[in-house]
Design a protein around this ligand. Structure first.
Ligand code: AMP
Length: 285
């Protein structure tokens, strides 16, 4: 695996590869890599592309200074994992390389940025889109791979590509889970073993909601899920939402038959266990 930390070196290399007819597959990450991230590399490999993984903890998408400071940084281990996964190129730029002049672009993603993470992490998607757009400009990928684990982010990235008319195909990748169902996340290393047990309630609730959906009205389902998620005083629920998978508009109460819906719907959860914020979601139909 080749490793670059400057835009110029990366560009020089990618330019040669493009001239030789190679397609570029891009996997942006913030590091602290786990098997979930590596599954994105594996997915990209299926497309026979040159895989470029970036590791950049993007300050403009953090809405809490402590969260940014405490975000796990494990570059040496990350580099070995990527090497082991046969990633072709690691791009690990400094903050100055990405933001030579501290700047943020302001996007309007309409309703997509208002619910869920939009309420609880104000400004997060603008910062995320700023860096993703910057990285897209630098890497100029043909394909870019994003996890469904961050489903609202994935939806907004698709919108970004549409709005900017970028020639990039966004490939959604399924969420990889631990054996018990907990979605893999860089933040899981902050969980004690007791908290990791407690965190199982997230995926258990999502899968139970999926199971109950064909026989239960939405308002009852929501009531049950919220109750289930708030039983443990160590858990602070931020939101439980059932929403349209394209528009992210909440599904209204009163719909009793999922067949009344033509589109895909998903359930979304965000909560804190102790100090650790976790999110997850699942397709329901
Ligand atoms: P992050 O480093 O958390 O910004 O994540 C980088 C990419 O990996 C994003 O597209 C995430 O959605 C994706 N990702 C994170 N966790 C998982 C997981 N458990 N399964 C699949 N993709 C994931």
């Amino acid at each position: 695996m080749l490793k670059f930390d400057t835009i110029t070196d990366l560009n020089n290399h990618l330019e040669k590869l493009r001239k030789d007819g190679f397609k570029i597959g891009f996997i942006p990450t913030m590091g602290a890599l786990h098997r979930g991230h590596l599954s994105l590399i594996e997915r990209a490999k299926q497309d026979k592309v040159i895989t470029v993984c970036s590791i950049f903890v993007n300050p403009t998408q953090f809405t809490n200074a402590n969260d940014l400071k405490n975000y796990p940084r494990t570059m040496d281990a990350d580099s070995s994992l990527l090497d082991g996964a046969n990633c072709d190129i690691l791009f690990a730029p400094s903050v100055e390389e990405i933001y030579p002049h501290p700047s943020k672009t302001f996007y309007n993603f309409g309703f997509l940025e208002t619910p869920m993470e939009g309420i609880h992490r104000k400004g997060h998607f603008n910062g995320m889109a700023t860096v993703v757009n910057r990285l897209f400009e630098i890497v100029k990928p043909d394909f870019a791979y994003f996890g469904e684990k961050d489903f609202q982010q994935l939806t907004i990235v698709k919108m970004l590509v549409k709005m900017q008319a970028l020639p990039i195909k966004i490939i959604p990748c399924e969420t990889l889970r631990e054996k018990g169902g907990l979605a893999m996340s860089s933040r899981n290393i902050h969980l004690s073993s007791k908290e990791k047990e407690e965190a199982l309630i997230i995926s258990q609730t999502l899968f139970k909601v999926k199971e109950l959906l064909p026989t239960t009205p939405f308002d009852e389902l929501r009531y049950w899920a919220i109750n289930n998620l708030t039983k443990n005083p160590n858990i602070q629920l931020e939101y439980f939402e059932i929403a349209d998978a394209e528009t992210l508009k909440p599904i209204k109460d009163g719909i009793t038959n999922p067949d009344q819906l033509n589109s895909k719907i998903r359930a979304f959860i965000a909560l804190k266990i102790g100090q650790t914020r976790l999110i997850d979601n699942l397709e329901l139909n």
